[in-house]
Design a protein around this ligand. Structure first.
Ligand code: ACO
Length: 308
C-alpha cells in the first residue's frame, strides 16, 4: 500500500490583474514581465477575502471529489506563508468550516515547497496506518504581503488554492519516492518582513539547479529513469526556471504543466492548482508517472515521484 491522491480541487479568485494593468501602476511593461517570467496575468483576491476562505473552496472540492465525508478526515495540513494570522492556524479554521470533527490540524511553513512538505508528511501518517485520510491544502493570499511599490517582486505573485485528499491506494500507485531539503544560509535571498523581499538572481540560480537535481533524485530513488516520466508538474515561479527542469528531464514541452501565464507565482498553491488543471484537461491519465518539484524561501525544496 502507498499513500496516493484520491480527490483534488482548486480555487482562484475571479479578479484578473493583467500585465497591462500593472503597467499603469508601476514602471514596468507587459513585454518585460512576459519575456522574463512567462506571466501574463494573475488573480488577486478582494480585501475582504482572506487565505482561509480561498483555501476552503479548494478543500471542499477535493473532499467532494474524494467521495468521503469531512468527518472521515484524520488530519488537515495547510501549506501557506500567508495565514490569516499567526494562530489559530488556517488548518484549524478549515477544520471548523469543513466540519472535519476528528481531524488534527496544523499549518506547514516551507514557502513554495510547502505543498511537497505537506504531501510527504501525509504519506508518513497514511503508510504507517496511523491515519487513513489526510487533507492537504496549498493556499496563498500573496497580494497582502506584496510591496506594490517594488516592481522587482510585485509583478510575480498571485492568489489561489489547490487541495488534495490523500489516502491508501494499491496496484503500485501513489507516492513512490520523495526528496525534501533546506538551506537556511540562503534565507537572506527570499524572505518576508512586512513585505516579500527577494534577490531574484540568487533565487533564480538556486532554483534552476535544484529543480533539475531533485527531479532526477526522486526518479533514482524510485528505481526509474527520465524515460519513465509521463508528466512534470514544476512549481510555477518563472517559465525559464520550469524550462530548465524540463530540459534536465529531456521531456517534450507538452509533458510539462504550465499555468504560470494565468496565475503568476501562487507559492504553495501552484503545484496543486496545476495538477487539477492538467487532470481536467485530460493530460494526466490513469497509471501515468508524475514528477512534482518545488522550491522556495527558506531556502526549501521538495520533489515527489508518483504513479497516478
Ligand atoms: N519591469 C521592468 N523592469 C524590471 C522589473 C519589472 N517588473 N523588475 C526588475 N526590472 C529591472 C531591474 O530594475 C533591473 O534593471 P537594471 O539592470 O537596470 O538594474 C533588471 O530589470 C533586472 O534584470 P535581471 O536581474 O537580469 O532580471 P532577471 O532576468 O534575473 O529576471 C526575475 C528577474 C524574473 C525576478 C528572475 O530573477 C527570477 O525569476 N528569479 C526567481 C524569482 C522566484 O522564483 N522567486 C520565487 C519566490 S517564491 C516564494 O517562496 C514566495
Amino acid at each position: 500500500m502507498n499513500a496516493g491522491i484520491i480527490g483534488v480541487g482548486r480555487f482562484v479568485p475571479e479578479n484578473i490583474v493583467t500585465n497591462f494593468d500593472l503597467e499603469k501602476r508601476m514602471d514596468t511593461s507587459d513585454e518585460w514581465i512576459r519575456t522574463r517570467t512567462g506571466i501574463e496575468e494573475r488573480r488577486i483576491a478582494g480585501d475582504d477575502v482572506d487565505t482561509s476562505e480561498i483555501g476552503y473552496h479548494a478543500a471542499k472540492k477535493a473532499i467532494d471529489a474524494a467521495k468521503i465525508a469531512p468527518e472521515e478526515i484524520d488530519m488537515i495540513l495547510v501549506a501557506t506563508v500567508t495565514p490569516d494570522q499567526a494562530f489559530p492556524s488556517v488548518a484549524c479554521m478549515l477544520q471548523e468550516k469543513l466540519g472535519a470533527k476528528k481531524a488534527a490540524a496544523m499549518d506547514v511553513s516551507a514557502a513554495c515547497a510547502g505543498f511537497m512538505y505537506g504531501m510527504v508528511t501525509a504519506k508518513q501518517f497514511i503508510e504507517t496506518e496511523a491515519y487513513k485520510y489526510v487533507l492537504i491544502v496549498g493556499v496563498e493570499k500573496l497580494s497582502k504581503v506584496t510591496d506594490w511599490e517594488d516592481r522587482n517582486t510585485a509583478v510575480l505573485f498571485g492568489d489561489g488554492a489547490g487541495a488534495v485528499v490523500m489516502g491508501p491506494v494499491s496496484d503500485g500507485k501513489g507516492v513512490l519516492s520523495f526528496e525534501l531539503g533546506s538551506d537556511g544560509s540562503g534565507g537572506k535571498y527570499l524572505y518576508q518582513d512586512s513585505h516579500i523581499r527577494m534577490n531574484g538572481r540568487e533565487v533564480f540560480k538556486f532554483a534552476v539547479r535544484q529543480m533539475g537535481e531533485s527531479s532526477i533524485n526522486v526518479l533514482e530513488k524510485a528505481g526509474l529513469t527520465k524515460e519513465d516520466v509521463d508528466f512534470l508538474i514544476p512549481h510555477q515561479a518563472n517559465i525559464r526556471i520550469m524550462e530548465a527542469a524540463r530540459q534536465r528531464l529531456e521531456l517534450p514541452i507538452e509533458k510539462m504543466s504550465k499555468t504560470v501565464h494565468k496565475y503568476g507565482n501562487t507559492s504553495a498553491a501552484s503545484i496543486p492548482i496545476s495538477m487539477v488543471e492538467e487532470l481536467e484537461a485530460g493530460k494526466i491519465k490513469d497509471g501515468d508517472l508524475i514528477v512534482m518539484v518545488g522550491f522556495g524561501g527558506g531556502l526549501t525544496w521538495g520533489a515527489i515521484a508518483m504513479r497516478w
